[in-house]
Design a protein around this ligand. Structure first.
Ligand SMILES: [Fe+2]
Length: 269
């Protein structure tokens, strides 16, 4: 990717990754498997606790729908999120599993979403649909990077869908009032332009949440499990989601720490 400025010192690898992310709206890379496995074990353990409490059979994540009723999927989701976000080890593993892609696209002095989100989409469960939206339409800063991690192999309707940047810009130009439609109307309007992103366990998806995205009804025979978590440069602007509440600083560099504490020696001036 040519940036046309002699002051752009990013490496060729970073420029290549950035070019794909900019053009497509997303990028898929290998996860650091060690940290990914640690997270998966924590999720499986919380899932097993939930099924034991409910006196249900213990099954794999893919087969969750065999024991979880459609109206229980949100309770399960909240139970697991509360378990894994109680300390900070899960969040540390999350960061480490995707560190390379985060550093390339976002930076290394970072703030991270305090409680990563979990999505469980059971086959045929209408309440697990995530209506089409862009996070920036609702007060989310465009400086954020969404790191989305599948915990099962995702194909067809199990995938996250996105409207790629070029299509989005084209439709914004040609369709007046697009953003005044209801989410169902918008989905139907854009349906043929959407891309469902197939991804297997072991990979990391980084996507631009300022582009329209969502989940349609899962019509496959496996349950979908994925997590999403936002990262942003620590010093970039915050909109509705504040530092210290929604975001926590995770890699504050020493010069920033010293700068925050700096007191000018006024008496010597
Ligand atoms: Fe979103």
């Amino acid at each position: 990717m040519q940036t046309g400025t002699p002051w752009d010192f990013r490496s060729s690898q970073e420029l290549l990754m950035s070019g794909i992310y900019t053009d497509e709206g997303y990028l898929i890379e290998d996860a650091d498997y060690h940290y990914l496995e640690l997270m998966k074990k924590e999720i499986e353990s919380a899932f097993s606790e939930f099924t034991t409490l409910q006196k249900k059979k213990c099954v794999t994540l893919e087969n969750a729908h065999q024991v979880i009723a459609n109206d229980e999927s949100n309770d399960l989701r909240l139970y697991i999120m509360q378990k894994i976000s109680a300390g900070t080890s899960f969040q540390r593993n999350y960061y480490n599993s995707a560190k390379s892609i985060i550093h390339h696209l976002c930076g290394n002095e970072l703030a991270m979403q305090k409680r990563p989100g979990l999505s469980i989409n059971l086959p045929g469960n209408n309440s697990d649909i995530l209506p089409i939206h862009a996070d920036t339409w609702n007060g989310v800063s465009p400086f954020e990077l969404n790191i989305w991690i599948p915990f099962v192999d995702c194909s067809d309707s199990m995938c996250l869908y996105i409207l790629k940047r070029e299509k989005y810009q084209e439709r914004l130009k040609t369709c007046q009032g697009l953003l005044n439609l209801t989410s169902d109307e918008l989905f139907n309007e854009l349906r043929n332009d959407l891309t469902w992103i197939p991804i297997k366990y072991g990979k990391i998806l980084a996507f631009d949440q300022s582009l329209p995205h969502g989940y349609s009804l899962n019509v496959e025979t496996s349950s979908h499990w994925s997590m999403n978590c936002r990262f942003k440069g620590l010093h970039t602007p915050y909109w509705d989601k504040k530092l210290g509440e929604y975001f926590m600083p995770i890699t504050v560099k020493n010069c920033t720490r010293l700068g925050i504490k700096y007191k000018h020696p006024d008496q010597w001036v």
